[in-house]
Design a protein around this ligand. Structure first.
Ligand SMILES: C[C@H](O)[C@H](O)[C@@H](O)C(=O)CO
Ligand SMILES: [Mn+2]
Length: 416
């Protein structure tokens, strides 16, 4: 079947494939720099363990080790992914001049100037994240630490990151989300659950007292249910993060990571719940396998449902900020990046090709709804997707993996 035939089949359902293709091209999706080096960054000892309750597993060769290496890898990824891309940076990816190093509380915009040049070269916007993990000053708590010196260090880091986010937004002329996530929590049952949360709140208040333009910088608070080593109590729980965002709507928005809930909870359902109250929300899109495992995102049912909710709720018109967040070190990292990025694009396209059946729901025609939703699953989606790839000038499915193997052979294999 050709794209033209697929277009007619969708038109018979009242779906305009041309409108879907045009819209999708404009939707920014943020590519996370940390997939390329297993979340290690450049600002501390690269052999240090990853802390904060997150974990990469696998030892696939070719991990990026210097600022130049992820840039080269990301360039390869950009060529293989359709659509509008942003780059999501973590503070630990600061780039220092020869012989220079500053700790995270002293980071400055200049340490991200090479990333700005990189983004400009590729027409990318940028998002940003303070890095409250994998650092000797995690005691192991950060913003919720009872140790005032520790807490102050991390507040200063957060404030530095607000300044850097403002710089990124201005330099690139696009909104920069700045996501606050810490792995603060306890392995075993704490006696004081309130104290750490009060300190966490006060710390975020102080970070967000740093001047910034809320039309350009969107601070986010990301919640989590638990992490490795912090199984009993997470300071930044869902209730904490949502309440913080709700009480501070003039300066921050909530961020939901779909790996950060109990396994039977679905973020697809939470999107309309939050959009009922918040003008804007942010998402980290990942694949949790039984827990926050951060597997590569698939074109699976929940990713499709999540994207349907984004589309149905008007999320593509600036209400929902989309970012990837996974890290798999067991497969070729470029392929991991490309697979997840293309799958979110696919899920968004699938959502844009779903007819509006609100009338059936409101009329109580649930049989119609059931049957029509099922029949959509055998529509010629692949033809529209292939057309999208062609129009974006990137390889279709089946054509990009050989290019990754060539890159692995020519570039990645030379990395010790
Ligand atoms: C590296 C990211 O900031 C991190 O993955 C965070 O967003 C998260 O989801 C932790 O589980
Ligand atoms: Mn996340």
């Amino acid at each position: 079947m050709s794209y033209t035939e697929a277009k007619e089949k969708y038109a018979a359902l009242g779906v305009d494939t041309e409108a879907a293709l045009t819209k999708l091209k404009t939707v920014p999706l943020s590519l996370h720099c940390w997939q390329g080096d297993d979340v290690r960054g450049f600002d501390t000892d690269p052999t240090k363990p990853l802390t904060g309750g997150i974990q990469t597993t696998g030892s696939y060769p070719g991990r990026a080790r210097t600022p130049q290496e992820p840039m080269a890898d990301i360039e390869e990824v950009l060529k293989l992914c359709p659509g509008t891309k942003k780059l999501n940076l973590h503070a630990s990816y600061a780039i220092f001049a020869e012989g220079e190093w500053v700790d995270r509380d002293k980071l400055e915009p200049k340490h991200f100037a090479p990333w700005v040049d990189f983004c400009k070269k590729h027409g990318l916007g940028a998002d940003f994240n303070p890095t409250f993990f994998s650092h000797p000053k995690c005691d192991p708590l950060t913003l919720s630490s009872p140790n005032e010196e520790t807490r102050r260090f991390w507040i200063e880091h957060g404030r530095a990151c607000v300044r850097i986010s403002q710089y990124l937004a201005e330099a690139l002329g696009q909104v920069c989300t700045m996501n606050i996530w810490t792995g603060d929590g306890f392995k075993d049952i704490p006696t004081d659950r309130l104290g750490p949360r009060m300190r966490y709140k006060e710390s975020i208040d102080e970070i967000l007292s740093e001047p910034f333009d809320f039309t350009k910088v969107k601070p986010c608070v990301e919640s989590k249910v638990f992490g490795i080593g912090v199984e009993s109590y997470t300071v930044g729980s869902a209730e904490f993060a949502l309440s913080y965002a709700a009480m501070n709507r003039d300066k921050c928005i909530p961020l939901m990571d779909n790996g950060h809930y109990h396994p039977t909870e679905v973020v697809s359902d939470k999107i309309p719940a939050l959009l009922t109250f918040f003008p804007e929300i942010a998402l980290h899109i990942t694949r949790p396998v039984r827990w926050d495992s951060d597997h590569v995102v698939l074109f699976d049912d929940e990713t499709k449902e999540l994207c349907k909710e984004i589309v149905r709720c008007g999320g593509l018109d600036g209400r929902v900020y989309l970012a990837l967040d996974y890290f798999d070190a067991s497969v070729n990292r470029i392929a991991a990046w490309v697979t997840g990025f293309r799958n979110v694009q696919k899920a968004l396209l699938n959502a844009l090709l779903t007819p509006d059946m609100t009338a059936e729901q409101n009329a109580g025609n649930f049989t119609d709804l059931l049957v029509r939703q099922e029949e959509l699953k055998t529509m010629p989606f692949g033809e529209v997707w292939a057309e999208y790839c062609r129009r974006c000038g990137v390889p279709e499915d089946g054509a990009w993996l050989p290019l990754v193997w060539a890159y692995e052979k020519n570039i990645l294999e030379a990395r010790a």
